[in-house]
Design a protein around this ligand. Structure first.
Ligand code: NDP
Length: 296
C-alpha cells in the first residue's frame, strides 16, 4: 500500500481563502475588521520568523495585524499592562503571546491574563476547561488544524480508534479532547507507555506529537491507518539541515492509508487556524454567526 499524502499546504490555502471571504463579508455587511495582536518578548530568531509570517498572513486575509515587539528584559508588570490594554481595545479580537517567554516571566500567569474570549491560542485555563467539558471554547490552533484535516479525509470520525502520542498542553491533550468530541475511542501515549508499537498498531488514526525525529516507524502502524505527523524536528542529512517529522515518512507511507508530510502537513494549518480563530472571536464578540467549518 502507498499512502495518500494529505496536502496540508493546499488545505491551509483553502482555509485562508475561506477566512478571507468571510472577513470581506464582515467588512461589507457589518463594517467590522477582525484584529489580531501578536506580542513577542525578546529576540528568539525562530519566534521572530513565526511572528512575521503571522503578521503577513493576517493582513493577506484582510484582517488588521498589531505587532508588539518588546525587549527581552521587559518586566512582568509591563507585559501584563499591555495585555490589559489589548483586552479592552475593541479593534483587537485576538491576542497571542508568542511562547516561549524569557525565563523571568511566568507564562501561565501571562496567558491567564488574556481575556479568554480573545485567547486565539486557546491556552487560557478557561478555554482548556471549556474544551474539556465539551463547551464552546477557543481551541488551540495545531490540534484544530489536525482535526480539520481528519474530518476532511474521513467525514465522520465516530467510533474510530485514535491514538495520540504526546500529552503536552498545547498539542497532545487538546487533540485528545477534540477526538473525543468527535466520538473517537481515544488512547493517549507518552514517554512511560509500555510497548508503544502495540498501542500504535491499534490506531485507525495515529497522531504523533512527540518531538523525536522519525520515531514512529512503519512497523508501528496498522495497514490503512491515517497518520498525522505534528513533529517538526531539525536534523542534519548529507551535510545540510532539513526538517523531519516524528514519523519515519518512507516506512510509514508504505503501510498507512493516508499521511501528512513534514514539511507541508500540519505546520501550514497552524497559522491558518490562528486566522480562523481570530475570525471566530470577532464573530462571537459581535453576536454574529460563526464561520462554518472553521471551528471545532
Ligand atoms: P512536548 O515536548 O511538550 O511534549 C512531547 C510529548 O511526547 C510528551 O508528552 C512526552 O511524554 C512524549 N514523548 C517523549 N518521548 C517519548 C517517547 N519516547 N515515547 C512516547 N512519548 C514520548 O512537545 P509538543 O507537544 O510541544 O510538540 C511535539 C512536536 O510537535 C514537536 O516536534 C514540536 O516541534 C511539534 N509542534 C508542531 C507544531 C506545528 O505547528 N506543526 C506546533 C506545536 C508543536 P512525557 O509527557 O511522558 O514526557
Amino acid at each position: 500500500m502507498t499512502a495518500t499524502v494529505i496536502d496540508g499546504k493546499a488545505f491551509a490555502a483553502r482555509v485562508r481563502a475561506q477566512v478571507a471571504a468571510h472577513v470581506a463579508r464582515l467588512r461589507d455587511e457589518h463594517g467590522l475588521v477582525p484584529g489580531l495582536a501578536v506580542v513577542l518578548v525578546g529576540e528568539d530568531p525562530a519566534s521572530q520568523v513565526y511572528v512575521r509570517n503571522k503578521g503577513t498572513q493576517t493582513v493577506e486575509a484582510g484582517m488588521q495585524s498589531f505587532e508588539y515587539r518588546l525587549p527581552a528584559e521587559t518586566s512582568e508588570a509591563d507585559l501584563l499592562a499591555l495585555i490589559a490594554r489589548l483586552n479592552t481595545d475593541p479593534a483587537v479580537h485576538g491576542i497571542l503571546v508568542q511562547l516561549p517567554l524569557p525565563a523571568h516571566l511566568d507564562s501561565d500567569l501571562v496567558i491567564n491574563a488574556i481575556d479568554p474570549a480573545k485567547d486565539v491560542d486557546g491556552f487560557h485555563i478557561s478555554n482548556v476547561g471549556l474544551l474539556g467539558t465539551g463547551q464552546k471554547a477557543m481551541v488551540p490552533c495545531t490540534p484544530l488544524g489536525c482535526l480539520m484535516m481528519l474530518r476532511d479525509h474521513h467525514g465522520s470520525l465516530a467510533g474510530l480508534n485514535a491514538v495520540v502520542v504526546g500529552r503536552s498542553n498545547i498539542v497532545g491533550k487538546p487533540m485528545v479532547q477534540l477526538l473525543l468530541g468527535d466520538s473517537c475511542t481515544v488512547t493517549i501515549a507518552h514517554s512511560r507507555t509500555k510497548d508503544l508499537g502495540a498501542v500504535c498498531r491499534g490506531a485507525d488514526i495515529l497522531v504523533a506529537a512527540v518531538g523525536r525525529p522519525e520515531m514512529i516507524t512503519g512497523d508501528m502502524i496498522r495497514p490503512g491507518a491515517t497518520v498525522i505527523d505534528v513533529g517538526i524536528n531539525r536534523v542534519e542529512r548529507n551535510g545540510r539541515m532539513c526538517l523531519v517529522g516524528d514519523v519515519d515518512h518512507a516506512t510509514a507511507a508504505a503501510v498507512a492509508g493516508a499521511i501528512t508530510p513534514v514539511p507541508g502537513g500540519v505546520g501550514p494549518m497552524t497559522i491558518a487556524c490562528l486566522l480562523a480563530n481570530t475570525l471566530t472571536a470577532c464573530c462571537r464578540a459581535n453576536g454574529l454567526p460563526e464561520p462554518e467549518g472553521l471551528t471545532a
